[in-house]
Design a protein around this ligand. Structure first.
Ligand code: NAD
Length: 509
């Protein structure tokens, strides 16, 4: 008991020191919003929630700052993001400490999350010089036809607990270079990580000539998020979280003709063909299924294995799961940290019991561990469940480390089973047959926003567009031309002919 208490206070001390190093202001602390650590269940800090008036004020301030910011040249806007990236690099360990304590990630994944922020800052800085519009040939003589891209306004960012800062930075780095301002409503469970990321951005802004109100943070639960969703001054709502949340907010934003980027739940699958390199597949599967304790939107949850290799692969998988060390992410040896809270643990138990009722067999895992040492934290053994086929439970996203294994005999059948779920985020095939690989990523292959070959479903790079189809919401963030979602497109026709010919040969006056 004494040992637990000592470790408990060490974690809190480390988080507080990291918050201070990132520059989180003393005024952030208060008495009505607790932040708990899933590592131990301890309370890390208590914050002051934003009042409805403060949330309204944050939107108003961002709306006002937009009027100046939109006229700042984009490469100059990029300089603020560049400085943010430098500060994130300087405080990478501090921010990772807070992410680890609040979201329960192992050290390399927490550091990886901050690296992803640094990467998107680099990307956005380059993009600030590449907000290209096309010039098209006009059908009329003496006319120029072109497109220009302009800032949208205030972007409301609503984010999930499992990527407490990276997804925010994907949105914010691009929104800022695009000339938008940002109001952020982070997950209520990871407010300390948010405060630290925002404090670093505040420093970058303070060192520049940018209006200080271009970024705003509100400390609130979903009711606070509702204000962003319904306020017409918020031009774009970029929301990351469950399908349930997307279903609630999407019609609300549509009603006022606002724009949305929805990044919702996944139910990611992989197909293992007879030609696959099974050792490589094994590593890809284990990382995707078990990383972040199965709490990534891209976590692998369904495996379709050719019947000729299923026994061999499941044997290897069960053996690999047996070697995973589970426990506090503060210890380097541990690869599997805690679930976020008791609710997640209950949801996992329910899914395992449903799977068994629907004919599944648990091959390994599923039990809670370390309950005596950390009674208020929820560490679980990742589970593998052999399923007879596509039962109901396999169609649902359970945000915990459960991998359902199913078999197939024909690739078309495997692709059909793979696509038969409502979500469409990430997918993979493991094969050494080029034809099979091409088939999987073709128009009639995987229906997901991400379709990989010979790597797992998780661990995307920021250079590609990130997002998914169907109930995952259709949004795209991060790389490629995702920047366009943060801007509005104008088509300009410039007539330098001195005459007024009409399009399509129409004659008028
Ligand atoms: P959640 O839906 O419970 O909450 C997400 C965010 O939405 C939180 O900030 C929450 O306060 C807010 N929110 C919820 N309902 C709201 C409402 N009606 N109005 C305004 N705001 C509202 O999700 P979570 O448990 O934090 O995260 C896990 C889920 O997020 C999983 O389903 C996961 O797949 C998904 N996720 C998706 C992606 C992606 O890019 N597709 C990335 C990360 C997480």
């Amino acid at each position: 008991m004494t040992e637990t208490l000592t470790e408990t206070s060490k974690l809190t001390e480390r988080v507080r020191a990291s918050l201070q190093a990132c520059g989180v202001a003393a005024e952030a602390y208060g008495d009505d919003h607790d932040s708990f650590s899933p590592l131990t269940g301890e309370r890390l800090a208590t914050l002051r929630s934003s009042t409805p008036e403060e949330i309204d004020g944050a939107i108003a301030a961002a709306h006002e700052a937009f009027k100046t910011w939109r006229n700042v040249p984009a490469p100059e806007r990029g300089n603020v993001v560049k400085r943010w990236g430098e500060l994130l690099t300087e405080h990478k360990q501090d921010l990772a400490n807070i992410v680890q304590a609040e979201a329960g990630k192992i050290t390399s994944e927490a550091l990886g999350e901050v690296q992803e922020m640094i990467d998107i800052c680099d990307f956005a800085v380059g993009q600030s010089r590449m907000l290209y519009g096309k010039t098209m040939p006009s059908e009329r003589p003496g006319h120029r036809l072109m497109e220009t891209w302009h800032p949208l306004g205030v972007v409301g960012v609503i984010s999930a607990f499992n990527f407490p800062v990276a997804v925010y930075s994907w949105n914010t780095a691009l929104a800022l270079i695009a000339g938008d301002t940002v109001v952020w409503k982070p997950s209520g469970m990871t407010m300390l990580s948010a405060l630290a990321a925002d404090a670093l951005l505040a420093r970058a802004v303070a060192e520049s000539e940018a209006p200080k109100d271009i970024h705003q943070l509100v400390v609130a639960n979903r009711e606070g998020g509702q204000k962003l969703v319904t306020d017409p001054r918020v031009a774009l709502v970029s929301a990351t979280g469950s399908v349930r949340m997307g279903r609630e907010i999407s019609p609300q934003v549509a009603e006022r003709f606002g724009r949305v980027i929805l990044e919702l739940g996944g139910n990611n699958g992989a197909i293992i063909t007879p030609s696959a390199d099974l050792d490589l597949a094994l590593r890809g599967i284990v990382f995707s299924a078990v990383g972040t304790a199965g709490q990534r939107c891209t976590s692998m949850r369904r495996l379709f294995v050719h019947e000729s290799v299923v026994d061999q692969l499941t044997e290897k998988l069960v053996a690999a799961y047996g070697t995973l060390s589970i426990g506090s992410p503060l210890e380097e040896k541990n690869l599997v940290g805690p679930l976020i809270n008791e609710g997640s643990f209950q949801a996992m138990q329910q899914a395992l019991s449903d799977a068994q009722a629907q004919g599944g067999t648990v091959l390994t895992g599923g039990k809670r561990v370390l309950a005596d040492e950390t009674p208020n934290a929820y560490y679980v053994e990742p589970a593998i469940v052999r399923m007879p086929g596509q039962s109901k439970v396999v169609h649902e996203e359970t945000f915990a480390p459960i991998l359902y294994v199913m078999t197939y005999s024909d690739l078309d059948e495997a692709i059909e089973m793979h696509n038969a779920v409502p979500q469409g985020l990430s997918s993979a095939i493991f094969t050494q047959d080029q034809g099979e690989a091409e088939r999987f990523i073709s128009a009639s292959g995987s229906d997901c926003g991400i379709a990989n070959v010979n790597i797992g479903t998780s661990g995307a790079e920021i250079g590609g567009a990130f997002g998914g189809e169907k109930e995952t919401g259709g949004g795209r963030e991060s790389g490629s031309d995702s920047w366009k979602a943060y801007m509005r497109q104008a088509t300009n026709t410039v007539n330098y002919s001195g005459k007024l010919p009409l399009a399509q040969g129409v004659e008028f006056i």
